[in-house]
Design a protein around this ligand. Structure first.
Ligand SMILES: NC(=O)c1ccc[n+]([C@@H]2O[C@H](COP(=O)([O-])OP(=O)(O)OC[C@H]3O[C@@H](n4cnc5c(N)ncnc54)[C@H](O)[C@@H]3O)[C@@H](O)[C@H]2O)c1
Length: 386
């Protein structure tokens, strides 16, 4: 393995539950070859996915312990504009044949965002029951938080986002469209089962992190039904994790705490919408949206899980070779952890961190490098693995 002086927060589970970032709930069977479905999608998605596949190929070649077999799917807006669908009809059956999914981004100026998001990303996450969305955030060596006095180590969080229901349940409708008296509803759905399973997952993550702290976030002062049920269910689940210190924040106050006292937070549990917003703030506080990864996990392992950067298609830099590939490298490391290849996962993260520490970073992090320079530098680091 490569070494550096930085603490890697992803630790290997020894107890068969989860690692610090939520991996290995059921220890998987290791394989000699893993089948990976690659969906580059739109905008900078193909650029960061292609860089990541190059890095993963270099890693598996160097380690020689397992292989990754990639199949590329052209599921994106170009396909939608030609065929009226982002995916073929049998896409879920197709995806179920794979060990994991590596996803770039979906979204294009030529299609409304709610069509593209529901046509591809949510059309995968929701039916495949990837109900746990895990978003590790920390300041990488060589990168800087925009917060004065916030050093690496002061901000080291895992945000656990409910990923199957809540505000993104898709229920609602519009009547009298275009009329002055038009009505539109967007219904949030919270089920006891859905809240309990994500709370159990988040407590398990918190339990496996050194500080064993969990902050859950709701808005149960103003939203007096679903959010109050969230609070009740989380408190019930907390009784099964007596070693985890729990506290509660209202979402508005949480933004203030993230900025003013990042050290006071560790594992954060929130609803689909709240965690979506908080994790973009978290990414910015850690240096850039260009480094932030996310894992859409089916913790039961009945379905493949999906790994992607948090960022979107980034129209303003598409095709310019400027996209930061670090978020996708990091999510690829999360994918390797999930597959049970933790040694490889950690080697990849060390290589990425060494490159960041050497100042080979893209413009969003204040550097001058392009996607290719960062990718080549990470491959060079991988070649140094003993
Ligand atoms: N998971 C997804 O597929 C996903 C997520 C978010 C947004 N989107 C879609 O992407 C499109 C654009 O959305 P947006 O502008 O709100 O968000 P965005 O993440 O695409 O871009 C926001 C800003 O961050 C910058 N940025 C993003 N990723 C970067 C990277 N890797 N390196 C350097 N800079 C980076 C962009 O240049 C832009 O200035 C929309 O169609 C949206 O629906 C998709």
């Amino acid at each position: 393995m490569l070494s550096n002086n930085n603490v890697i927060s992803s630790t290997v589970a020894t107890n068969g539950t989860t690692t610090a970032n939520g991996h290995l709930i059921i220890p998987p069977n290791l394989k000699s070859t893993y089948k990976i479905a690659s969906i580059p999608g739109d905008g900078i998605g193909p650029e960061v996915i292609s860089a990541t596949i190059d890095v993963l190929k270099a890693l598996t070649k160097k380690l020689g312990t397992f292989e990754l077999e990639f199949t590329d799917f052209d599921w994106g807006t170009e396909r939608y504009l030609k065929t009226g669908r982002y995916t073929p009809q049998d896409y879920l059956q197709v995806l179920k044949e794979y060990d994991a999914i590596l996803f770039g981004s979906v979204g294009s100026p030529s299609v409304p965002d709610h069509i593209s998001l529901w046509g591809l990303r949510l059309a995968i996450c929701q039916p495949l029951q990837q109900y746990a969305n895990v978003r590790p955030t920390r300041i990488l060596p060589g990168t800087k938080s925009p917060l004065a006095n916030c050093q690496p180590g002061d901000l080291d969080w895992v945000i656990v986002r409910e990923n199957s229901e809540g505000e993104y349940a898709g229920q609602g409708g519009r009547s009298h469209v275009g009329c002055e008296h038009e009505v539109a509803t967007e219904l949030s759905i919270f089920t006891r089962t859905g809240v309990r399973r994500i709370a159990q997952f988040a407590f398990s993550v918190a339990q496996n992190r050194p500080r064993k702290m969990l902050t859950y976030v709701t808005k149960s002062n103003a939203q007096r039904n679903g959010m109050v049920m969230w609070d009740e269910v989380v408190k019930e689940v907390a009784e099964d994790y007596p070693d985890v210190t729990v506290d509660h924040m209202l979402v508005d106050a949480m933004t203030v705490r993230m900025v003013l006292n990042p050290r006071s937070l560790d594992t954060i549990l929130a609803t689909n919408l709240h965690a979506d917003i908080l994790s973009d703030l978290a990414a910015a506080l850690a240096g850039s949206i260009g480094i932030a990864p996310t894992a859409n996990l089916d913790p039961t392992r009945k379905n493949p899980s999906m790994f992607e950067p948090i960022h979107g298609s980034a129209f303003d830099i598409t095709g310019l070779g400027l996209a930061n590939p670090v978020a996708t490298f990091w999510t690829a490391s999360e994918m390797l952890h999930w597959l049970g290849e933790s040694e490889a996962a950690m080697s990849l993260m060390v290589a990425v961190e060494n490159v960041c520490a050497a100042g080979i970073v893209t413009r969003d992090l204040g550097g001058q490098a392009g996607t290719k320079e960062v990718t080549d530098a990470v491959i060079q680091e991988i070649l140094k693995i003993n």
